[in-house]
Design a protein around this ligand. Sequence first.
Ligand SMILES: Nc1nc(=O)c2c([nH]1)NC[C@@H]1CN(c3ccc(C(=O)N[C@@H](CCC(=O)O)C(=O)O)cc3)C=[N+]21
Length: 335
Amino acid sequence: MEGSVAKTPVAETPAETPEETGVNLGWDVKEKTEFGTPVAARILDGRAAARDIKDELSERVRLLKDEHGITPGLGTVLVGDDPASHSYVGGKHKDCKQVGINSIRRDLPGDISQADLEKVIDELNEDPATTGYIVQLPLPAHIDTNAILERIAPEKDADGLHPVNLGRLVLNVSEPMTSPLPCTPHGIVQLLVRNGIALTGKKVLVVGRGVTVGRPLGLLLTRRPINATVTLAHTGTVDLFEHLRSADVVVAAAGFPEMIKAEDLKPGAIVLDVGVTRVTDPETGKTTLTGDVDPAAADVASWISPNPGGVGPMTRAMLLANVVEAAERKAGILA
Ligand SMILES: Nc1nc(=O)c2c([nH]1)NC[C@@H]1CN(c3ccc(C(=O)N[C@@H](CCC(=O)O)C(=O)O)cc3)C=[N+]21
């Protein structure tokens, strides 16, 4: 898979059966579970897959430097002093260092005006050292977020959330890859592919229609050759638990802590836990990160992504991939 991150994100979907892939896909586990033998789910280890992707990206960054004299740079725009946003942005810069990407960091006051923030966007659009950048979300309420996201130069959109890039996802413009994919959906696909899991013909339930995860994930999973059949559930869905019971794959991206329980799932289901909520214990005052899936779901699922340690690290890895690809595209070396 060397050098293949995001260039051919879907072409590597493996063959369907364990015989063909040498990888057990877990469908036999389903039967075992139905016959009453408890089987612990296998772990979709996002830290391990992200480490592999970063190794591949380091090599591509080395080639860009040695053969093209280009060092990719990732910019982050952070408005205000939300501790969670600060910690995420800090993590992104640490990731950059690991793979040899330069960091450009713009930390701005929480009361910045729309016009001043737009000025920063215009500067980054012009800055040749910034290959790609993100505006950390959410922005303060007085800022028009969509106007900011639309102002980002599409070729510098490291999140893959610019309307032009989301439009290309809808239009299936992918051969050759001309635009970045949204990081979390692409990270989910990579996490499955790298564990030998194919989705062709599978019933996937995506819970949550957010713009960063649920909505674009549905679009990505239904494209050829991933070929999943996707149901997108949201707060207006009335029979969520019926949908959960019949889904082969559940992607929980709703942001309600532990809303999905073991008994809600079809035995042998593949479960991706994307939601992250900071939950404070009223007695101890201690804050922990809690996913959308009750950890006991691991007793019923065939595969489960832990939270933390699952989709989060993959999101970060795909952000780096988008920056490296933007640099390769600019250098004319991305096929
Ligand atoms: N423009 C923009 N792009 C984003 O991609 C974006 C954003 N805004 N705003 C906030 C959300 C959230 N998000 C996460 C990414 C990685 C982890 C992650 O790596 N989490 C670790 C744990 C980290 C910890 O312990 O704090 C894990 O799951 O193992 C978490 C959350 C990206 N977001």
